[in-house]
Design a protein around this ligand. Structure first.
Ligand code: NAD
Length: 485
């Protein structure tokens, strides 16, 4: 039977056949941009503006033009945007890895392809009608106008693609303030999408961006009176800032997804799925498995299956060295802890090397069995280092999963065939995304049913965002007439 990991492997194989990525990137696939490249000012034009104010003004004019265009044109624009990402996917991903130094080209291509093909479009904002003896009521979904979108360094392209498709499908324009460490690739993608929109008969500057984004420019965007809605995707700081801005804000914040495995699980599949999910784009995706909580009866078998699928299990001093390296200033389980930014999104082998030992270069994940108070259990590490805690029972695992998720209500996973425990964990976690018996990305529609988004709004409750999330609901009632039966 096909699953998400198989699908991803197939895509990866196609991708690897299509170009010699290693030659483009250098031996370790992680060549960072040169200092000169990073310092070069971003080019203006193609939707990229020098100031927040000029970007908002251009976006407002473009949104008025969009409102006057037929829906058919909007559908064509969305189709052209999807195609533009797919046609340029490989080159975009090579440049993204080069600029940000995070993740890997193959998985970024999977993320982009997913965002381009499975983000809902215009069909998601269909009107609804109600009729009865009192007449007819129509509900339509109106755009907000100009949306201010703030995007992360971890998924710069998939977030921008998914946001752009959904927000434009809903009739909005967007001003992006992208992560400064991904500004070149992000703004290049925005220009590419604008070109696609124009080629399909759409207005220019429907997607705008700030050439030199900073925390200050993000703050200016949050305060700008021409911005009707904020959509922020990032860590706790940007979420707090957006929620305190006084504007309506849709906030996609941090997570720390636990993965529970009990004695009824298919351990062969669980081991394979956990390694595939936790190593996906080197774990920079917010939904990736961040810690495994395994019932003691199956913990050894599970680790064996994980090792068979590319996990390298650390021992004694290796665990100590990797812990000190990856979470250098742990403030305690319930505090807001941050990982070592220099290690975020790096390859497993590179992290091991930095910690002073070698692992086989093909290692996908560093696995470490630790106690429940261990720093990596409580920290959103965003790197392919996965702690596993052995617990007495599945109930203890579920209770611990709730604690380590910090109440983010973001994402969680469980491998089990006990429907009572699956239901119990789903209810207790009450997350935006809960994956049963699959890798994390199945919950985003990669090898799982349903649409995708890379803005998962847990703090503000919208969950997996979609075009209709970016609309206001409008009701129009005609009394006594127009019912036809
Ligand atoms: P980050 O918070 O450092 O940056 C995200 C964006 O917010 C950037 O554009 C940054 O410039 C801006 N920003 C940061 N602090 C700000 C502030 N105080 N005021 C205004 N703007 C500010 O996050 P990152 O490192 O780019 O991304 C990783 C984090 O994002 C992780 O915590 C991850 O879980 C989260 N994330 C969540 C989702 C989701 O859908 N829920 C998706 C991707 C990433």
């Amino acid at each position: 039977m096909s699953n998400g990991a198989d699908e991803i492997r197939l895509i990866v194989e196609q991708v690897l056949r299509s170009a010699d990525i290693a030659a483009l990137l250098g031996a370790d696939g992680r060549q960072a941009g040169t200092d000169a490249q990073k310092a070069a000012p971003a080019p203006l034009g193609g939707g990229v503006f020098a100031t927040v104010d000029s970007a908002v003004q251009a976006a407002a004019a473009a949104q008025r033009e969009l409102s006057a265009l037929p829906l058919e044109t909007r559908r064509r624009m969305i189709g052209a945007m999807r195609q533009a990402v797919l046609s340029n996917n490989e080159a975009l991903c090579v440049d993204a890895v080069s600029e940000t130094g995070l993740g890997n080209v193959r998985d970024k291509q999977v993320k982009n392809a997913l965002a381009a093909t499975k983000t809902p479009g215009v069909e998601d904002v269909e009107p609804a009608a109600y009729s009865d003896e009192h007449g007819l009521t129509l509900t339509e979904r109106a755009p907000y106008g100009v949306i201010g979108a703030i995007t992360p360094v971890t998924n710069p392209m998939a977030t921008i693609t998914s946001n752009s498709v959904g927000m434009i499908a809903a009739g909005n324009s967007v001003v992006f303030d992208v992560h400064p460490n991904a500004k070149r690739i992000s703004n290049r993608l925005i220009t590419l999408l604008n070109d696609a929109i124009k080629s399909a008969g759409g207005p220019q500057n429907l997607l705008c961006a700030v050439a030199e984004p900073t925390i200050e420019s993000a703050g200016d965007l949050m305060k700008h009176k021409g911005v009707a809605l904020l959509v922020v995707t990032g860590g706790p700081g940007v979420v707090r800032a957006a929620m305190g801005s006084g504007k309506k804000a849709i906030c996609a914040g941090p997570g720390n997804p636990p993965c529970v495995v009990d004695g009824t699980a298919d351990l062969v599949k669980a081991g394979r799925d956990i390694v595939a999910g936790a190593s996906f784009d080197n774990n920079v995706v917010c939904i990736c498995e961040k810690e495994v909580l395994a019932a003691e009866g199956i913990a050894d078998r599970l680790k064996q299956e994980m090792r068979a699928n590319g996990a390298y299990e650390l021992t004694g001093s290796q665990i100590d060295a990797v812990t000190t390296l990856t979470v250098p200033s742990f403030k305690g389980p319930h505090a807001e802890n941050a990982p070592n930014k220099d290690m975020v999104g790096k390859d497993a082998a590179r992290i091991a090397e930095a910690a002073g030992f070698e692992v086989p270069p093909e290692t996908r994940l560093l696995l470490m069995e630790v106690g429940r108070e261990h720093p990596l259990v409580w920290t959103e590490q965003l790197m392919p280092v996965l702690p596993l805690v052995r617990v007495k029972s599945v109930d203890e695992a579920i209770d611990l999963a709730f604690e380590v998720e910090h109440g983010f209500r973001h994402s969680a996973m469980m491998h089990s065939h006990d429907i009572e425990k699956l239901s119990k964990m789903a209810r207790i976690m009450n997350c935006s995304l809960f994956v049963k018996n699959g890798p994390c990305y199945a919950g985003l529609g990669q090898g799982g049913a349903g649409y995708t988004s890379f803005t998962i709004a847990s703090p503000t409750g919208e969950g997996i965002t979609r075009a209709r999330t970016f609309t206001r609901e409008r009701r129009c009632t005609l009394v006594d007439y127009f019912r036809i039966i």
